[in-house]
Design a protein around this ligand. Sequence first.
Ligand SMILES: NC(=O)C1=CN([C@@H]2O[C@H](COP(=O)(O)OP(=O)(O)OC[C@H]3O[C@@H](n4cnc5c(N)ncnc54)[C@H](OP(=O)(O)O)[C@@H]3O)[C@@H](O)[C@H]2O)C=CC1
Ligand SMILES: O=C1OC[C@@H](O)[C@H](O)[C@H]1O
Length: 361
Amino acid sequence: MADKLPTVRWGIVATGMISSWFVTDLLLPTWPNKRANHIIQSIGSSSQSKGQKFYDDYVLPNLAQNSGVNPKVYPDYNSVYNDPDVDVVYIGTPHSFHKQNCIDAINAGKNVLCEKAFTLNAADAKEVTQLAREKGVFLMEAMWTRFYPLIAELRRLLYEEKVIGRVWRTYADFGLSYDVESLPDDSRLKNLSLGAGTLLDIGIYSLTWGVLTLEENVGKGEHPKIIATQTLQGGVETLSSWIFNYSETGRHGILTSTSNVPVARSFARVEGSKGVITIHGATSSPESFTVKLHGEEGEGKLYEFEKPGRGFYWEADAVAVDLSEGRKEDEIMSLAETERIMGIMDEIRRQGGARFPSDTF
Ligand SMILES: NC(=O)C1=CN([C@@H]2O[C@H](COP(=O)(O)OP(=O)(O)OC[C@H]3O[C@@H](n4cnc5c(N)ncnc54)[C@H](OP(=O)(O)O)[C@@H]3O)[C@@H](O)[C@H]2O)C=CC1
Ligand SMILES: O=C1OC[C@@H](O)[C@H](O)[C@H]1O
């Protein structure tokens, strides 16, 4: 069975935390709903020694899972874009570099999976998506949570089975607890030119839970009105809160992110006319949810989902399947949806006051 799956060869750009998580997951022996095989073909870093350390730490221990391929390590990113054996480039740099990294990879004719947040603002996102369309390469934002089987089941229950009746309201939070001011000045979480602030880093997940639970046809129906506010500390946004108002359905999303308070384990709650669904785990990496009908005795029905490692393989599988079937974008995380999400985050920042040096609004 595994032989019939499409295989994709990845070029990894940057060797920070997220790239280590992504590669470690792709080198797992298997996972639920596995739809593709993945090979780490090459690694690009700011230096040979850093790239080599990444290889030693995250690839070498699991080399047996890499289909006999020993990846090349390059002391730059361009060599990855120009490596003829790479099918798709994975970009794991801080947000502010995504635009240029994508442009370079696309101009080299490569397919691209780029980390969230896709760019710093919607205008930059459109420039990149337009280029990919022109060049005819595949491009996707790595919004991994959207590809969890848990999401598909949750949406089936909400909009096919309608288990909680008419959906009215979603609360979702992503909070981490760190002191921004004590971080080094070059930290991507503190440095505004690297895109610091909670909205693009973690608020994007609360936002995603909002659209996935409140929109029956995600991105294809009514677009929400937004009412937003933000708190800045030393110019860096540390607390964002916003309401989504869907006037056609009457639904509201109450959504927030912060670096000042850790999120609760039950990070989201979807309320309907007949019951409530409470979602547990990390906001980026959900584990289970409980469906409890109004008036029902007990704790409600728990839905649990198996997840070896962290869960990055599901988005990678989607890329591999899209490529094998000749698609230039993914249906779940389409380019239009990325543009829309970036536009929503622009609007929250417009109202809330958080700005990056490169913003033109
Ligand atoms: N999907 C998810 O769950 C997560 C996604 N992310 C996203 O991934 C991106 C990277 O985050 P993370 O891995 O935490 O960041 P790190 O700081 O850990 O790593 C970023 C890497 O980018 C490269 N880089 C290039 N230029 C710079 C620069 N000027 N400053 C810092 N790094 C630079 C470096 O790699 P090298 O030296 O090898 O070139 C560096 O190691 C962000 O956009 C973030 O939103 C982050 C965490 C989780
Ligand atoms: O995407 C992310 O999810 C997990 C967080 O810890 C991280 O800061 C963020 O980039």
